[in-house]
Write a protein that binds this ligand. Structure first.
Ligand SMILES: [Cu+2]
Length: 470
């Protein structure tokens, strides 16, 4: 499937100590930084990334949103054996499409620790012009704070009935065939309670999430010790914004600035102006801004959670600093949802009647914490059959009282529009009791996950598999 210049990278998944800008915490991360060091290459290159596992647990790496061959997709037990402690694995695949992507662990609850890093694929014929480019990674944080871990918080939500899903146990399993035979030890609901009690978010028509995180971060920093970005007044700046959170949508705005949306999930859209963005877990937006003269807050409100993350844009030497809790007025102005965006002609999915429709219902409740598709919690053997060459319509009916960010591996679908196909994305929000209808061309054979990107939902069973049939 193509070659191109080989670009070699090495990441180490390891236990480490991270300074969040005050509290120093023990966690699991890629190397000693949070986020992990950026992986940047150019469309046409072949990625050659070796992940060394220095964790006390198995792991895998998923390149979120990147079109690739299935055996490099990093789904434990399905596309590869998980990487045992002390072992390593080399992910090698040709990258054809530019965009803003990210790397994260696809094993158990590891995503809600520090196991994530940006993956930026430059366009060799970049059509946008800008003076600076920054990657902004949003995250919700609890790991290592007063003995909290994502596993013990999941156990709190499940009231002690946790059965791990998104993992295989190595030697006892064969990819594509047998689910794990290992009986996992349930995690205990220990540590301080992190269960969210808050009114619903008007934007999400439901609670912001389930977890009341002690911290929200931009590029690994707390609001009282934010990253400061320096520019000159008038500079045109590209922001590549990634939500690496596990249970939090962020509403983001830059004080006193308008943003121009240029891409979502790596794919270009017709430039659209907005004041704020609502970004679900694993979604990405690229925006252009023109910097004004001053010091400005880049605020990421944890939607429905009454807390926020912060970074600073500085273009002069003013001594004034935005307050860590500052609430730019732009947060309450225009928020353009993805369904209002239209794809750039170069990536618009051609109009075509679907050859196959797959209807899937989302089930589960906050009380039972039993999230699933069609009332069947994930198993490795589940398949929704599709055939190469088909135009597939996926109709995802949300029968729950909760919102979900749904992610399809290996393909970038089109949101369905009224008169034309909508923006291309790999992750899209569905509100409670609404449906999400997405179209894609089955042109990348393999076994591909469809799952909720709320890590607390996917881990309890809201995942399934689309399988190409010969
Ligand atoms: Cu969900």
């Amino acid at each position: 499937r193509g070659t191109g210049p080989l670009r070699t990278f090495a990441l180490t998944a390891t236990q480490t100590t991270i300074d969040l800008g005050g509290p120093t915490i023990k966690t699991w991360a890629y190397g000693d930084t949070l986020p992990g060091k950026e992986v940047r290459l150019t469309a046409g290159d072949t990625l050659n990334l070796t992940l060394a596992n220095h964790l006390p647990a198995p792991t895998t790496l998923h390149s979120h949103g990147v079109r690739m061959r299935c055996d490099m997709d990093g789904v434990p037990g399905l596309t590869q054996h998980s990487i045992k402690p002390g072992a390593d694995f080399t992910y090698r695949f040709h990258i054809t499409h530019p965009g803003t992507y990210w790397l994260h662990s696809h094993f158990g609850m590891q995503l809600d620790r520090g196991l994530y890093a940006p993956l930026i694929v430059e366009d060799p014929k970049e059509p946008l012009s800008y003076d600076k480019e920054w990657t902004i990674i949003l995250d919700d944080w609890l790991d290592g704070i007063n003995t909290s871990t994502p596993d013990n918080v999941l156990a709190q939500l499940q009231n002690g009935k946790h059965t791990p899903m998104n993992m295989d146990m190595g030697e006892n399993t064969t990819p594509h065939n047998h689910p794990g035979t290992h009986t996992p030890t349930p995690h205990q609901p220990t540590g301080p309670s992190r269960i969210l009690h808050a009114p619903p978010s008007p934007l999400l028509h439901s609670p912001g999430g389930h977890v009341n995180y002690p911290h929200y971060l931009i590029n690994g920093r707390l609001p009282h010790a934010p990253t400061t970005y320096h520019a000159r007044p008038g500079d045109r700046i590209r922001l590549r914004i990634i939500n690496a959170g596990a249970d939090t949508a962020f509403r983001l705005a830059l004080g006193d600035h308008e943003m121009t949306i240029t891409h979502t999930d790596g794919y270009p859209v017709h430039h659209t102006k907005t004041d704020a963005l609502l970004i679900g877990m694993a979604e990405r937006y690229d925006v252009l801004i023109t910097a004004k003269d001053g010091v400005f807050p880049l605020t990421a409100l944890a939607e429905g959670k009454n807390a926020q993350a912060l970074a600073i844009l500085r273009t002069n030497t003013s001594k004034n600093l935005p307050n860590p809790t500052t609430h730019p007025k732009e947060l309450n102005r225009r928020t353009i949802p993805a369904r209002r965006l239209t794809p750039h002609e170069s990536v618009a999915l051609p109009h075509h009647h679907p050859d196959r429709e797959i209807r899937i219902r989302l089930n589960g409740s906050m009380k039972k914490f039993d999230w699933s598709f069609d009332h069947h919690p994930y198993t490795l053997t589940q398949r929704h059959p599709i055939h190469q060459g088909e135009r597939i319509r996926l109709t995802l009916i949300n029968a729950t009282s909760m919102w979900h960010p749904l992610h399809l591996h290996g393909h970038t679908f089109a949101l369905t529009g009224i008169n034309s196909t909508g923006a291309r994305k790999d992750t899209a929000l569905v509100l409670p009791h609404h449906k999400l209808v997405i179209d894609f061309d089955a042109d990348n054979p393999g076994l591909w996950m469809l799952h909720c990107h709320n890590q607390y939902h996917s881990e309890t069973g809201m995942m399934t598999i689309l399988g190409y049939r010969k």
